[in-house]
Design a protein around this ligand. Sequence first.
Ligand code: ADP
Ligand code: MG
Length: 421
Amino acid sequence: MLAEKLLLNLLITIAPVLFCSALMDNKPKLNTPFLCGLLQSAAALCCMIFSYSNYGFSWDLRYVPLIMAFLYAGPVAGGMVLISIISARILMGGDTVLFGLVNCILTALVPLLLMKKFWNNPPNKRVMLTTLIGGWSLILCYFSLHVFRYFEGNIFKLDFNIPDLLMIGLIATIAIALAAKLNEGMIERNKMKDEIQRAEKLNTLGELAASIAHEVRNPLTVVKGFLQLMQQQEAGKNYEYLSLVLSELGRAESIINDYLNFAKPKFEKIEEFQLNSILTEVVMLLDPLAVKQGVQLESQLDSNDFSLNTDRNQLKQALVNIVKNAIEATPEGGKVTIHNKFDQASASILISDTGKGMTPEQLSRIGTLFYTTKDKGTGLGTSVSLRIIETMRGKVSYQSEPGVGTKVTMTLPVGRNEEWA
Ligand code: ADP
Ligand code: MG
């Protein structure tokens, strides 16, 4: 009998969460503390109606909605449930009214005090905390029962044995843990929905920005052309000014190109080529920069070459951006090495430097559009490279230690007959 009543109570305690997730899915505005308080109050009252009576005591799970309301919906909802339980208990009357009321208020005290700190915890910890508070209410109930019996001279009789008490504890713990877990699931789902909506908005904004960037590039090319013509005819002071204007225009143009390449990498010419030839070209291209910085740029290439079938220029661009970053991060006297390794399924390119490295926080932000730590940086290089390699169905991973250096591993799948575009 006790088990049936408690299991029915268990269903009642999880009903408010199920009700909320089923009915308010498309109406998030309805999910207010007031409505939550109403639902949890109804659950607490139902628990009291379907409780197991034993010598004037009612055994039920009314404290589960009380704790849930305080922790998950705030003081208004919690207060509503508390008032409902107190009023119902007074109406029910009997010898044990005082015991019921004191117990209820003491149980409400802990979630009320912990309410603010509760939300500083991650979801799993919140479920654990709610379960622990549920356990606290059980222990409290057990002790206050003994205290009452002591003061009231054993007028209360109890015929519970240990298995019954254990069963009450177990079902109450399952009920509160389940209610908390379901609630967290609902919160997570709502968060994901918001996130998807935000991502959709950002996607539209990104497309808009790409089309604006595209439109701006054309007049910029015209202006640059005319300025170059003007510069050829200019011999006076304006010559220097025009040089400056042209170099800044060139910078603007390269930022726009990088952005457009990030927004939509264009694989225009798919061809078959050897990976080693690209790596050699990249080293040749960036050697002057390395020399200028006093950095040794070295390549140690595997003699077994690997043939790839993709847009050669895009791959070169991706490699140049990453190797350039490695050179820029390395102080004078440092070294940047490019290795490659082939196996049957993939080709790996390892770019390691003895530069300043990155902290875990910086490492987590790498590849985020416009993230840069350089004065004249654009924060586009890494994002473009990652995007290109991703489009080629490859992978890039970073390992870095501050003060020691960074290792970038790029893995490209074998795609001799496949078209990467
Ligand atoms: P930018 O080079 O314009 O700053 P990137 O997207 O190429 O933009 O790089 C973003 C940031 O990542 C850099 O500003 C730098 O702080 C960090 N970074 C990238 N590669 C390395 C590296 N090999 N060592 C240390 N920091 C790096
Ligand atoms: Mg860069």
